[in-house]
Ligand binder design. Structure first.
Ligand code: NAD
Length: 493
């Protein structure tokens, strides 16, 4: 050994720096910790002179090119370094939840302000990180085969206005866990908070790992920029969260598309149910963020034997009971019916409005702490029952029997396959409805959000791929199956 320690250290540092942006080539990637690439100084990273984009793009072509470079870099890093990137995003949305939630509300002006930061905190808890990846193995006389989950590359992402930054953050954490980068066309109504969040995430990741643009955002998104992402040859997977329009567009692109489409989750309350619990759960789930969640209760079908008891229980639990005439008046404001047919849909003007604001429209003043309005709808074909209204305004339908309630629920769900809820003590009723509804999520005796781990077991996500069947997303959702086979060897037992 002729080299001095100083020389050795200098060479090591040069090698490390040369691989910071380009990845680790064929060499073994360092784990996080003392061998990881050193942080770039924040002064250099934040300086405009450094030419850093931090994920801000006006042009799809440039965004995809940058995301491609970033994806190659992250794919060559260790799993520990991917986890570091995820932990940085988690830290930002957790530690700055109040500020970011306030910015999201100021821009979108929909939903219930305290729930904006709560959704970011939830997003921070939801991310599974690289532990959400799994491998499986076969071992036998002919050697071993390993099934692993690899990245797709650059993922084209579309996010909804109902939770712009929470969706982007969870999508980013899951997609990076799987080794992907992403180019997001956010909803124009939530574009500023999406771009701001992406800037914070990218800057932190760059300072720690030396990789910029893992999360690229089109800062002025349009339907054309969405179309350009959908058609781009370097975008290998599409992940869209939104209503029927974006699902249809993604599926028409000819690419593999994971679609978290609309829902209209019905609730059935049968005569055996714990009525007080049913009322509390429907208020909790149906009023959350003023009903912006796709999974939230949107209409309720109640067996006639317990109808009056149920309506009283809703009032007792704090919801405000409207007369059927008041419900119809508000429906005319909150729901629009397309002239050329098709389903009635929410009037954007009232999506996510506070119940107090809705009540004022018809000259009512309701208590400041009331979270939900409800009233009896004349029939199951009422516009408020049929529309995915996304307002804290719950239509209740009286049904002759449990079977009729399930029939009505099935019709109102429109085959979206999203979510259904039952309140019952009868296991055969639960089983019957579960089979009939055939939805991605099915909740028994709890609020809808229990299916996302909030009050129920299991993990959650803001992307529930009901339209294409992948279900509640995890990092695995964004992977490709890869098989590695060693013939006649390496079985060591
Ligand atoms: P939206 O359909 O108006 O917009 C969603 C996104 O799609 C936006 O970014 C929008 O710009 C884009 N978009 C719309 N039409 C498009 C087209 N033809 N081509 C390309 N992009 C297009 O929905 P929204 O109001 O933002 O969100 C609410 C809807 O999203 C509801 O229907 C709700 O159920 C659904 N959603 C579903 C999930 C889920 O996990 N399944 C989660 C959240 C929201």
């Amino acid at each position: 050994m002729t080299q001095t320690n100083d020389q050795l250290i200098r060479e090591m540092v040069e090698k490390v720096l040369s691989h910071v942006q380009s990845g680790w080539g064929g060499r073994t990637a360092p784990t996080a910790g003392k061998e990881a690439p050193p942080p770039i100084s924040s002064r250099q990273a934040a300086s405009p002179a450094s030419g850093r984009q931090f994920g801000q793009f006006t042009d799809v072509e440039q965004a995809v090119a940058a995301a491609k470079v970033a994806q190659r870099a992250i794919a060559r890093r260790s799993l520990a370094q991917r986890q570091e990137a995820i932990d940085l995003i988690r830290r930002i949305i957790t530690e700055r939840a109040d500020e970011l939630g306030r910015l999201e509300y100021e821009e979108t002006k929909i939903g219930h302000p305290p729930h904006k930061s709560e959704k970011l905190l939830t997003a921070g808890r939801l991310a599974q990180g690289v532990r959400g990846l799994s491998t499986s193995c076969f071992s036998g006389d002919h050697g071993i085969t390993l099934d692993e989950r690899g990245p797709w590359g650059v993922v084209g992402v579309v996010t909804p206005v109902t939770h712009s930054l929470p969706t982007l953050a969870v999508n980013a954490m899951d997609m990076i866990a799987a080794g992907n980068s992403l180019v997001c066309n956010p909803h124009p109504g939530g574009k500023k908070i999406a771009a701001h969040g992406a800037r914070l995430f990218n800057q932190a990741i760059y300072e720690k790992l030396g990789i910029d643009n893992l999360i690229c955002v089109i800062v002025n998104p349009t339907l054309e920029s969405a179309g350009a992402i959908f058609k781009h040859p370097d975008v290998r997977l599409l992940v869209v969260t939104g209503g029927p329009g974006v699902v249809a567009a993604a599926l028409a692109s000819g690419k593999r598309a994971i679609c978290a489409g609309p829902g209209n989750p019905p609730v059935v309350v049968d005569a055996s149910a714990d009525i007080d619990n049913a009322a509390r759960c429907i208020i909790d789930g149906g009023s959350y963020d003023n009903n912006l969640l796709c999974i939230s209760e949107k209409e309720v079908f109640v067996e006639s034997a317990v109808f009056d008891q149920f309506m009283d229980a809703m009032s007792k639990a704090g919801a405000y009971r409207l007369t059927s005439q008041q419900l119809d008046e508000l429906t005319r404001l909150c729901v629009e019916t397309p002239k050329n047919g098709g389903l009635p849909h929410a009037n954007k003007k009232f999506v996510g409005a506070e119940p107090q604001t809705l009540a004022e429209q018809i000259g009512l003043k309701i208590p400041a702490d009331c979270r939900l309005l409800f009233g009896q709808a004349a029939s199951n074909m009422h516009d408020l029952v049929q529309a995915e209204q996304m307002t804290p305004l719950m239509p209740i339908v009286k049904c002759d029997s449990f079977e009729q309630a399930v029939d009505f629920a099935k019709q109102a769900e429109h085959g979206f396959g999203h979510t259904a809820i039952i309140h019952s003590r009868l296991v055969d009723h639960m089983t019957y409805m579960g089979k009939e509804m055939d939805t991605t999520c099915y909740v028994k005796n709890g609020p809808s959000v229990a299916a996302l781990g909030a009050g129920g077991e299991g993990y959650g996500n803001f992307t529930i791929a009901c339209s294409t069947g992948e279900g509640v997303a995890t990092p695995l959702t964004y992977t490709r199956f890869r098989r590695c086979t060693m013939v006649d060897n390496l079985r060591i037992v």
